[in-house]
Ligand binder design. Structure first.
Ligand code: SAM
Length: 632
């Protein structure tokens, strides 16, 4: 129940696939076949889909319905939580907690259902020795109309917790300063990375030696004008739009994305969004959520493989809020915008207005002209449905009612940003302790997997190996790093910082004049050449000509000298020392990095950087919690 909101029975791309075969293909191909103008093609497809949707019962077929609070569903979720809570098996309290959070999300404001779920959550907190969190849940339960018939139980729990606080040493001493229910900036325990070289005068997020270039093979891309070393920090920027993924909705704050599962509070409008604090809830509401709240659940439900496009909805909502809801003014602005002249690299970020920053996102690549008729029609079908839902359920409705220009603008922006988000989005990662089970991750070559596990073991205090892996929790769109092209053997990597920014770091030495390459999720370690080619063509619409794709040699992964060094690194207790050793080794003058090969060193470097900057010691709590250090 609390897993992905995505529902394969109501996947919009599946429905589109059926309709394409039954009727849409013929209508669309016929009416666009002699049309050379790509913009006209999109307009014709849109007209055909509008005609079709006027009669087609898409609400019923996709089971679309307004997202409303429902105390019956809240109680059902709570019952499931209670069943798990009662089972004396490891891990069940955390599972129960997710159901209680689901219950809180479904419950109406001030309802007994909500009060009961908070009460149950206080019991989970007690199991883990989280006394302050327990008291916060008791407070929330009382504030939400906790029934008098059960008040005694809650009072006793409160007295018990207060006694524990007075007499027992805190179970998590580092959390004593943390006030549950309040936003707290997270600290990685390491100094935040800084740019390694002088910054651009007008773009203080970027080093001066990285320049934007453009050519017919690569489109816009980034090149360094000076030699770079592994570990150099080249760019640190904030995302324009940053969307928590559905499976994290009961674990993290939807605004600051902090892990705060024991004290999340719900959005009062929808059933899929929770926050760490009222502060984050208010900010999210003001900055975008009020324009997406009514449609978010349905969008997640039907999104299927278009998931990357969800950040497009967030971009439109964010931009609309920043233009003070003035669709007319926004339209005038875009009509006078010369897209060829806009560039995040040329503008003055020191004095940038919200409109300037939006413009830098507006001109990111859509690849619309490269899409085949079917793919374009699929995106127009999806954007048309979201457009209709926004008009039916949000403030966009009254604004666009009887104003076709505004309504068209909203649709055009949705289509544009869904496409931008599909090809420019980056996953936002955190590091998490995981159990590596046999048979997991089957697309990773077995030998490589064993090697990865060997290198990436971090010894926990008890001497048991703990594997930390990167896990995605959000998708984000960035104005500057969106200019990075892909290589299956990348030379830079994004490192997500706990404050929401992303740092772009060199992961091997890069010669002056070379292009900087990121990786779009398919590298030589995970996939063979043909799979990579299909994925990049399907999702990003280009043919990759990197060293690995041009070479027919199957990539060897490590050389024995590196393997030895990596094993020795594991003996070093401090992550900073590991980093220094790695960089010293990788930046030795004579070291040669082939263009078709990733090395274990590079992986280790990425992992080390992410352990330093994408991992919060606060999350150590969950290591302990997962190992079920239960007090009662
Ligand atoms: C995030 S954008 C990168 C910036 C883009 N080149 C531009 O002009 O805006 C992703 C798109 O760039 C193009 N691209 C990325 N890597 C490429 C590569 N190695 N070779 C050719 N085109 C590439 C593809 O069209 C891809 O969908």
């Amino acid at each position: 129940m609390y897993g992905p909101l995505r529902d394969k029975n109501y996947d919009v791309t599946k429905l589109f696939g059926q309709l394409w075969e039954e009727t849409l293909q013929q209508r669309i191909i016929e009416s666009t076949q002699n049309q050379p103008d790509d913009d006209r093609v999109a307009t014709i497809i849109k007209c055909k889909i509008d005609d079709f949707l006027r009669r087609f019962p898409f609400h019923e077929r996709l089971q679309l319905q307004p997202d409303t609070k429902d105390n019956a569903k809240a109680l059902a979720a709570r019952d499931l939580g209670n069943e798990l809570f009662a089972l004396p098996m490891e891990g069940n309290y955390l599972q129960a907690l997710r159901h209680y959070n689901e219950s809180i999300s479904y419950s109406a404001q001030g309802s007994e259902a909500r009060a009961l779920a908070y009460g149950n959550r206080s019991a989970v907190c007690l199991k883990f020795g989280l006394y302050q969190e327990c008291l916060e849940n008791i407070r929330l339960a009382r504030a939400s109309n906790y029934p008098a018939r059960l008040a005694d139980k809650l009072n006793k729990r409160e007295q018990h917790v207060k006694r524990c606080i007075q007499h027992d040493p805190p179970v998590f001493p580092d959390r004593v300063k943390h006030t549950p229910g309040k936003y707290r900036p997270r600290d990685s325990g390491h100094p935040a990375p800084k740019l390694s070289y002088e910054a651009h005068a007008n773009v203080p997020q970027l080093v001066k030696c990285v320049e934007l270039r453009q050519d017919s093979e690569f489109g816009r891309h980034l090149v360094t004008t000076q030699h770079l070393k592994a570990g150099d920090v080249l760019l640190i920027e904030k995302p324009y739009a940053n969307l928590l993924i559905d499976v994290e909705r009961h674990v993290r704050c939807a605004f600051c994305q902090n892990e705060d599962r024991f004290t999340l509070i719900p959005c009062e409008g929808c059933t899929v969004t929770m926050y760490c604090s009222e502060e984050c809830r208010d900010k999210a509401h003001k900055q975008y959520h009020r324009y997406e709240c009514g449609v978010l659940r349905d969008c997640w439900r039907m999104i299927g493989p278009l998931l990357g496009g969800m950040a497009g909805l967030r971009t439109v909502a964010t931009a609309f809020a920043s233009f003070d809801q003035d669709l007319g003014g926004w339209n005038d602005h875009l009509n006078t915008l010369n897209e060829m002249n806009v560039s995040a690299f040329r503008m003055d970020w020191n004095n940038a207005t919200v409109s300037d920053i939006y413009d830098a996102v507006h001109v990111l690549a859509t690849n619309q002209k490269r899409r085949c008729r079917k793919d374009l029609a699929e995106l127009i079908f999806f954007a048309s449905i979201v457009h209709r839902l926004l008009l039916e359920r949000t403030d966009f409705g009254p604004l666009c009612e009887s104003n076709p220009i505004r309504s068209k603008l909203l649709f055009d922006l949705l289509l544009r940003h869904v496409q931008i988000s599909l090809i420019n989005k980056k996953r936002v990662h955190h590091m998490e302790a995981v159990e590596v089970k046999d048979g997991e991750d089957e697309d990773t070559n077995e030998k490589v997997k064993d090697e990865l596990n060997d290198y990436f073991n971090y010894d926990s205090e008890e001497g048991k190996p703990t594997h930390f892996e990167e896990r995605p929790h959000a998708i984000a769109v960035y104005p500057l790093s969106s200019m990075l092209n892909h290589s299956c053997v990348p030379n830079v990597v994004p490192i997500n910082l706990l404050d929401g920014r992303c740092a772009i770091v060199a992961v091997r030495p890069i010669a002056a004049g070379e292009q900087l390459f990121d990786n779009y999720g398919t590298c030589t370690i995970r996939h063979g050449r043909s799979i990579r080619g299909i994925y990049l063509q399907d999702c990003y619409l280009f043919h990759c000509s990197c060293g690995a794709c041009q070479s027919h040699v199957e990539c060897a992964y490590t050389d024995p000298e590196e393997a030895n060094l990596l094993r020795n690194l594991e003996l070093l207790p401090k992550v900073e020392t590991k980093l220094l050793m790695l960089l010293w080794h990788m930046n030795q003058d004579e070291r040669y990095y082939t263009k078709h090969q990733l090395t274990a060193m590079q992986h280790k470097l990425v992992h080390t950087l992410r352990m330093m900057h994408s991992f919060s010691p606060d999350d150590e709590l969950f290591l302990v919690v997962r190992q079920e250090t239960l007090l009662f």
